[in-house]
Structure formats: structure tokens, C-alpha cells
Write a protein that binds this ligand. Structure first.
Ligand code: SAH
Length: 352
């Protein structure tokens, strides 16, 4: 269905940039990948840290309590971008509730575009008075904000640029012999500004104006109201060449040009570019750290031991151990995933 729509558009108006193709595949209002399904979990296409271990959300809850205390415990807008099934926010709320009435002072805002996932999030947060928005720009700027986002940036579209002898070329998706196919066209100057000038022919760089703009919108909000943002995702700490765009279906790699709208398309986050997008607002930025280092510094290993000691039986203890190992160990998600934090003023975010 979506394939026919995309092909029709290309036949009518010509090849489309890769970023536009990803945008349609994921977010077409009727047939986009995220719009129509819950993609998470064993029976879905992929799984994420909050779905794997409750410790992940609990530690972020503790991080929120700590920084909120440093801010002087003001009325707060707590925002999550791309909340999936709502599991992370539910774990956070369980923790912040334990801190004497905190949640009376905190308004929760969920930023989500998928009707299917909004339904899931409403179930996960049944007893909580939360508000839903389709974009960070519609959150009121009446109070300081704390923004959290896990595996959100990787779902935003990227463009690919390849160095050729005659200059930078941009990846487009067109049609050849009736099938969707990649092609390259000269890249507009505005996409080239952050690329290394002395690049060898053949190298591919990915840039994401959509991601940068989203981060910049978050930074603008924090510059206005005060507060902090925490973005966690897989990617590299420094800008690096390479083609990282991938499609995933049933926990396996698939072709981004096949079954459009039925597989998740993501790419590694360039945390150097993400950092640059936040620094334009004059905020403070923590060094980029790995997820494993961040979680352990917040006391993850200690929390894991406590949960194991309180486990009902050996199987449960094993599951807790395996889950934490998966999110924190360097051979699993611990090293590949990175954490970006930016904040206004004299705060000292934990975990860095
Ligand atoms: N944070 C969750 C889910 C990650 S999947 C977790 O860790 O489990 C990506 C999430 O981002 C989904 O909820 C998807 O619907 C949402 N999303 C994708 N593009 C979005 C956009 N432009 N605005 C808001 N949410 C978006």
C-alpha cells in the first residue's frame, strides 16, 4: 500500500531524498510504520532498554529526583519524547512517587505521533494525569522542564552524502525497472556545511537536519524556562563516516527499500552533531558518556544486587541479572549506546 503511494509520488515528481523516504516509511499518517502498530517487544520488531530492565527507568527516575532537587524543587514539566509503550515513564513515576508528593508538583508531557502507541502509553500511565502532544513545541513554557528521550533520535530521518571527485552527492530514492532504487544527485550547499572538506572519494557521511532541529527546539525551551535534557541512543561520540541506515523486521535486518512501512528504519546518532545543535543556545553540555558508564555511576550495579537479593526465586534473580547485563555491559548495549545531557545554569547532573 505505502509502496504504491511512494512509487506514485516518485513517478509524478521525480526521485526523493533519502530523508523524505524514511519520513514517509515511518510517519505516513495512515500507513507509516509507527502509526499502525506497537513495534516493541519479543513479538514485535525490536526491543529497548526500558523494556529489557526496570533498573534503566528506575535510575533515570533517581536522576530526575536529584536534578530537580538541585533546581530547588520547582513546579516542573517532565517531558518524554518518543515514549514507545510508556514503560520508561511508568518506571520513572514509580520512583518519583516515593519522594513525598513530588508528582503533585510535576506535570507529565508525552510527545508522541503514533496513535497506536499513545493508546499503549495511556494504559501504562492509567492512574497518572499526563498530557499528550505531537511535538515538543506545544509544551507550555510556564515552568522549568526536564526532557528525557530513549531511542527517539535514531528514529528521525537522516540524509546520506557521498564524496565524489566532483563534490558531495546526496542519496535519493527513485524507480528503475519498476523497483525502488538508490541514486545520487549533487548535494545542495546547505547540507555540506558540517562535512569535513578533505574527504576521500567514496566516503559516506550521514547528517540529520531534522534531529538537529529537534535538539535545538529542546535547547530553546530549556534556555527559556531552565532545566535539563537527557538523550540516550545508539551511535558514535564523534562524527564518523559510514552507512548506518538499517531496516529491522522481526529482530532481523531487512532491506530499507522492501516492505516499506512494515520495517523499522533507524540510523546511528552522531552525538557530536547532536552536541553542536544543543550548544548553539549557550547551555552547558556534559561530556558524552556510554550508557554502561552512566548506569553504573548512577548505582545500577548496586540496585541490581538489591533486586536479586529480593527476588522470589532463582529464575527471577537470573532474569534481573541478565537484563541489567544486557543494558549495561560493554559487549551488549553498554558501549554502543551513548548519553547526551544539556542543561541551563549551575547544575551538576549525575552520571557523567
Ligand atoms: N522510547 C521508547 C520507544 C523508542 S521507539 C523505548 O525506549 O522503548 C521510537 C518512539 O518514537 C516511538 O514511540 C515512536 O512512535 C516515536 N516517534 C517517532 N518519530 C516521532 C516524532 N517525530 N515525534 C514524536 N515521536 C516520534
Amino acid at each position: 500500500m505505502l509502496e504504491a503511494i511512494v512509487k506514485h509520488q516518485i513517478e509524478k515528481n521525480g526521485a526523493i531524498p533519502l530523508g523524505q523516504y524514511i519520513e514517509i516509511a515511518l510517519s505516513h499518517p495512515e500507513h507509516g510504520y509507527y502509526m499502525t502498530r506497537d513495534p516493541l517487544g519479543k513479538r514485535g520488531d525490536f526491543t529497548t532498554a526500558p523494556e529489557i530492565s526496570q533498573i534503566f527507568g528506575e535510575l533515570i527516575g533517581a536522576w530526575i529526583i536529584d536534578i530537580w532537587a538541585q533546581m530547588g524543587k520547582p513546579a516542573l514539566n517532565l517531558i518524554e519524547c518518543g515514549p514507545g509503550r510508556g514503560t520508561l515513564m511508568a518506571d520513572i513515576v514509580r520512583i518519583i512517587r516515593n519522594f513525598g508528593g513530588v508528582n503533585n508538583n510535576i506535570t507529565i508531557h508525552m510527545i508522541e505521533t503514533s496513535p497506536a502507541l499513545i493508546e499503549k502509553q495511556k494504559q501504562a500511565l492509567k492512574s497518572i494525569n499526563a498530557q499528550w502532544h505531537s511535538h515538543i513545541l506545544s509544551v507550555p513554557s510556564d515552568s522549568p522542564v526536564l526532557i528525557v528521550a530513549n531511542e527517539f533520535l535514531d528514529a528521525l530521518p537522516v540524509e546520506q552524502l557521498r564524496r565524489a571527485d566532483q563534490g558531495w552527492m546526496q542519496k535519493y530514492i527513485g524507480i528503475k525497472d519498476g523497483a525502488l532504487t538508490e541514486s545520487w544527485q549533487p548535494a545542495p550547499h546547505r547540507l555540506q556545511t558540517h562535512l569535513p572538506p578533505k574527504t576521500r572519494s567514496g566516503k559516506i557521511y550521514e547528517i540529520s537536519p531534522v534531529r538537529s532541529e529537534y535538539i535545538s527546539n529542546c535547547a530553546d525551551l530549556i534556555a527559556k524556562t531552565g532545566g535539563a535534557a537527557l538523550f540516550i541512543d545508539y551511535g558514535h561520540a564523534k562524527t564518523h563516516h559510514g552507512d548506518t541506515v538499517q531496516a529491522i523486521k522481526n529482530h532481523k535486518y531487512s532491506d530499507i527499500l522492501k516492505e516499506i512501512g512494515h520495517s523499522d528504519i533507524t540510523s546511528h546518532v552522531d552525538f557530536e552533531a547532536a552536541r553542536n545543535a544543543a550548544s548553539a543556545q549557550g547551555l552547558n553540555i556534559s561530556p558524552i558518556v556510554t550508557q554502561g558508564a552512566f548506569l553504573n555511576k548512577l548505582g545500577g550495579a548496586i540496585r541490581c544486587k538489591a533486586l536479586i537479593n529480593a527476588a522470589k526465586n532463582k529464575t527471577q534473580a537470573n532474569d534481573i541479572q541478565k537484563g541489567y547485563q544486557r543494558v549495561a555491559h560493554n559487549d551488549e548495549m553498554g558501549d554502543l549506546f551513548k548519553v547526551l545531557c544539556f542543561y541551563k545554569g549551575d547544575l551538576n547532573p549525575a552520571g557523567f
